[in-house]
Each structure stands twice: as structure tokens, then as C-alpha cells.
Design a protein around this ligand. Structure first.
Ligand code: FAD
Ligand code: NAD
Length: 455
């Protein structure tokens, strides 16, 4: 019976079994997609596989819904609820999409080949090979910006991938349990329970907000002897947090953080990172030490090694160190058969999921039109146009902020009602019914039982 129920659910959820999909057609052009994030998946969802063979290369065999990743660091949402296997996504295509869980290590635009390396710990007899493409879609995202500062990779936690959220969670609980260890020195308790977040962009702000909720709702209840010792500090080099939001929402966020006892140090730049303390240049240009237990580093993006390698190969056309330059049709300058979308590009838009998604959808329509033009139809390829749908961020205590375009103007709202809106937007933007179901279940679970405080 259980098997029948399972199969029934699969029948409803799965539209097409892989064996029922058309195989690769040697007469069709092959599009190789690098990545399985926002840009790649929105492209994959829309590309017409009747026209092309499609192959995906990514070290992650799943899509990650990054906007809810900060909620996973404290257990409001379970990690697997925001992951979607790439094969669940490609099952809907008419032609089988090949997926290789591997990292692309080099791109040769001359021979139109890429080098790929198996990323699994258990390797077969072949773990490095080359793959030919007719068109390449680069959607490899970006790396964490460290400014080459020693100690950041060694001692801080980033917040970009699943394993980052797991690491933050483990370190946080380690700090709490060590602070409660027998005969712990008072100054060591203070250090261990001081959580420092570097970077007042949306990642740093949302993480500080989630951490605050976890401390207030759960840790202070389960660890009453430590309750008055927890501290959160957010360090930001600029004069305020969230520079992309309206001044009204910046003020609202900073006052909400003040009420929530999150200390915000603006005009303060981290200069050195050691295992137990950071050194910052404060607003008065003094070098000050800040001891920490947990350090979360969220200072933005920089190009990945693969992106830099490709840019170096075509350096006459790639003149920006900040990412790949593309034209209005997402074609890589200096490499005509390569397209790039999302965070790996350098464009006039902020590196967001919203931009990557629209670029992925646009590129799929370009490929559709290219196929129709080849068949002799009269189709025109128009340039990419970004349509900004607004910015949202969670700021803690069931409050969110939203800057929304409205009748040629802008509406700035913040509060509990905005939080309900924030939740509904994210739920509706999830790529699958399965993810929506799991996330809503997690929200209910954490409301009813509280968050899990086990390591
Ligand atoms: P990604 O989604 O990062 O995907 C890159 C893919 O490339 C991954 O699958 C990766 O494994 C793969 N890859 C990496 N290296 C290689 C390689 N060498 N070969 C092959 N594949 C490779 N944006 C919003 O608009 N709204 C939000 O609320 C929001 N919240 C966020 C919260 C957090 C915590 C973070 C970190 C980001 C958030 N963003 C948000 C930004 C958003 O996640 C990014 O802009 C978006 O992921 C960019 O999409 P992408 O496809 O370019 O890259
Ligand atoms: P970011 O680039 O938006 O912000 C990084 C911040 O770190 C900047 O304000 C910068 O001044 C600060 N900083 C840099 N070096 C510093 C130093 N040494 N000391 C102190 N502060 C320093 O980065 P992010 O928050 O990781 O976001 C990356 C991208 O993802 C952005 O485009 C963002 O819009 C997007 N994102 C969006 C959301 C959302 O819409 N809710 C959430 C997360 C991320």
C-alpha cells in the first residue's frame, strides 16, 4: 500500500519519466549550461528541448532557493525544504537533459570545449574529461568577496551554500554549549556568546535578524543561565546598512535592530581577522579589537576562478575585473558562442535572483527565436530588458521591509503585514509545489514546537 501511495504521488508530481523523453539527437545543436542556480534553472525551465540537446554541468545536483537560506541557519526552515533536485526540474522536458555533477575548470572558446572534473568523493575510472558545446550558457554565480584578507576563509563562515548554513548552525551551538561548560571564565563566556556579522547588505541584515529571533524565542528559554549574555553585532563599512533600500526603510531597520539589541557599527571596516577576534577601523579611525564566538562574513560577491580564467583568455574584450561583460543579448564580449547570465556577469543591475531569473527566461526565448529563424521564419531578437519587481528583506521580530515600484514611483513599507507579504512572495516564487509544501510545514512546525536547539 505504501508503495502504491508513493507511486501515486510520483505520478501526480512527475510529469514525464526520463525513459519516455526523447534521446540526444546528433543532428541538433548542443547547449551546455554551467550551473544549477537561479539563472541556469530559469533557463532550463523554459528552453525548448525539441530544438536543442541540453547538458548541465554543476558541482551541485540541486537548485537552492537562496532567499530562505538565512532561515535555515537557525532551523526555522530545514535545509532540504529549499533544495530541489535538478532531475526533478528537467523531468518535464520533452528531451532528456544530461546532467554531470562536476565542476567546469576551463573553457576553450577556440575549440568550443570545456574541461570538467567529477566533484564527488568517490570517483570512478574517469574523473576529468572534456565536453564539446555548440552554445555555452555560463550561469556559475559568484564567489564570496574576502578582499584577500588573511583569516577570513579560515575563521569566518560565509552564507551562500547549504554547507555554509550547516557550518553556521554547528558553530553557533558549539559556542553556546562551550559557554555553558563547567567553570568557564566570565570573559570567555562573553566572547563565546558574541556573534559578529560583517557586512550590512541584505545577507548580513537577514542573518542578524534570524539569529536575533532564535536567541529570543529559543536559546534564552533553553539556556536561562546564559540569557543575558548573548550579543549580536553587525559591522558595516558604509554610513548605513542596506544601501539599496530607501532612507525611510534604512532608518526603520536600524531602529528595529536597536529595539532588538542588535548593535550596528557603521563606518566601521574590518581590517584583520584572527581566530578569536577581529580588528576594525572604527568611525574615528581607531583600530579596535572585537572578540567573537561566531563570525559570519557577508561582504558581497567577486568573480569565481573559472570566470576569471575565461576573462583572462579573452582579455581584450573583458575589461572589467568585477565580472563578465555581456552585450544586450547576454552574449559574452569576445566569445560569440558563449552567453552569460546572473551573478557571474558585470552589469548595471544588482546581482540578485530576480535579475538572474529574468535573464535565464530571456535567454531561453533567444534560443527559441534562433531556432525559428534557422527554419526560415521571420523572427526578431530583441535586447534584454530588466523589469524591477521590488526589493524585500526580513529584519527580525516578524517584521520585513519592502521597496516596491508603484505607478512610476516607489512605495516603501515595513512591519508585520510586510512580513506576511514577504512570506507569500517567497512561497509563490518557489520553483516547485514540493518546496512550498515543505517550507509551509517547517514554518508551522517551528511555531508549534519552537526551533530545534540540538547541534
Ligand atoms: P547561483 O544561484 O549562485 O548559481 C550558481 C551555480 O553555478 C550553482 O549551482 C553552482 O554550484 C554552480 N557552479 C559554481 N561553480 C561552477 C563551475 N566551476 N562549473 C559549473 N557550475 C558551477 N536575490 C534576490 O533577488 N532576492 C533575495 O531575497 C535574495 N536572497 C539571498 C539570500 C542569500 C543568503 C544569498 C546568498 C543570496 C540572495 N540573493 C537574493 C541573491 C541570489 O541568490 C543570487 O543573485 C542568485 O543566486 C544568482 O543566481 P546565479 O544563477 O547567477 O548564481
Ligand atoms: P552586498 O554587496 O549587498 O553588501 C555587502 C556589504 O558589506 C556592503 O554594504 C559593504 O559596504 C560591506 N563591507 C564590505 N567590506 C567590508 C568590511 N571590510 N568591513 C565591513 N563591511 C564591509 O552583499 P550581500 O548582502 O552578500 O548581497 C549580495 C547580493 O545578493 C546583493 O546584490 C543583494 O542585493 C543580494 N541579496 C538580496 C537579498 C534580498 O533581496 N533580500 C538577500 C541577500 C542577498
Amino acid at each position: 500500500t505504501v508503495g502504491a501511495i508513493g507511486y501515486g504521488a510520483y505520478e501526480i508530481y512527475g510529469k514525464r519519466h526520463p525513459l519516455e523523453q526523447k534521446p540526444f539527437d546528433p543532428k541538433k545543436r548542443t547547449v551546455v549550461v554551467l550551473g544549477s542556480g537561479w539563472g541556469a534553472v530559469s533557463f532550463l525551465k523554459s528552453i525548448n528541448t525539441d530544438d536543442y540537446n541540453v547538458m548541465v554541468v554543476s558541482p551541485r545536483n540541486y537548485f537552492l532557493f537562496t532567499p530562505l537560506l538565512p532561515s535555515c541557519t537557525v532551523g526555522t526552515i530545514e535545509l532540504r525544504s529549499i533544495m530541489e533536485p535538478i532531475r526533478f526540474i528537467t523531468q518535464h522536458k520533452s528531451r532528456n537533459v544530461k546532467f554531470y555533477e562536476s565542476e567546469c575548470t576551463d573553457i576553450d572558446p577556440e575549440s568550443k570545449t570545456i574541461s570538467i572534473t567529477d566533484v564527488s568523493d568517490i570517483k570512478g575510472s574517469v574523473s576529468n574529461t572534456t565536453v564539446h558545446y555548440d552554445y555555452l550558457v555560463m550561469a556559475v554565480g559568484a564567489d564570496n568577496q574576502t578582499f584577500g584578507m588573511a583569516g577570513v576563509r579560515e575563521f569566518a563562515c560565509f552564507l551562500k551554500e547549504i554547507w555554509d548554513a550547516q557550518k553556521i548552525r554547528t558553530r553557533l551551538m558549539d559556542c553556546v554549549e562551550s559557554a555553558g561548560f563547567a567553570k568557564q571564565a566570565p570573559e570567555e563566556v562573553d566572547r563565546l556568546l558574541h556573534m559578529v556579522v560583517v557586512g550590512g547588505g541584505p545577507t548580513g541584515v537577514e542573518y542578524a535578524a534570524e539569529l536575533h529571533d532564535f536567541l529570543k524565542d529559543d536559546l534564552e528559554v533553553w539556556y536561562p543561565e546564559l540569557a543575558d549574555k548573548f550579543r549580536i553585532t553587525l559591522v558595516e563599512a558604509l554610513p548605513n546598512v542596506l544601501p539599496m533600500f530607501s532612507s525611510q526603510l534604512i532608518q526603520y531597520t536600524e531602529s528595529t535592530f536597536k529595539q532588538n539589541k542588535i548593535e550596528v557599527l557603521t563606518k566601521t571596516m574590518v581590517k584583520e581577522v584572527a581566530d578569536k577576534e577581529i580588528k576594525v577601523m572604527d568611525a574615528n579611525k581607531n583600530l579596535v579589537s572585537i572578540p567573537y564566538g561566531l563570525l559570519v562574513w557577508a561582504t558581497g560577491n567577486c568573480p569565481r576562478p573559472l570566470t576569471r580564467k575565461l576573462m583572462a583568455r579573452i582579455k581584450e574584450a573583458q575589461t572589467s575585473p568585477r565580472g563578465i561583460l555581456v552585450d544586450d543579448y547576454m552574449r559574452v564580449a569576445g566569445a560569440p558562442d558563449i552567453y552569460a547570465i546572473g551573478d557571474c556577469t558585470f552589469s548595471k543591475y544588482a546581482p540578485t535572483a530576480q535579475v538572474a531569473t529574468q535573464q535565464g527566461l530571456y535567454l531561453a526565448s533567444v534560443f527559441e527565436n534562433l531556432a525559428r529563424i534557422e527554419e526560415g521564419q521571420n523572427k526578431k531578437i530583441t535586447p534584454f530588458e530588466y523589469s524591477h519587481q521590488g526589493s524585500l528583506a526580513y529584519i527580525g521580530s516578524d517584521k520585513a521591509i519592502a521597496d516596491l515600484p508603484f505607478l512610476n514611483g516607489n512605495v516603501s513599507v515595513g512591519g508585520v503585514a510586510t512580513y506576511v507579504f514577504w512570506r507569500s512572495v517567497y512561497i509563490s516564487n518557489m520553483f516547485s509545489f514540493r518546496n512550498r509544501f515543505l517550507v509551509v510545514g517547517d514554518w508551522m512546525k517551528s511555531k508549534v514546537f519552537g526551533r530545534d536547539v540540538s547541534r
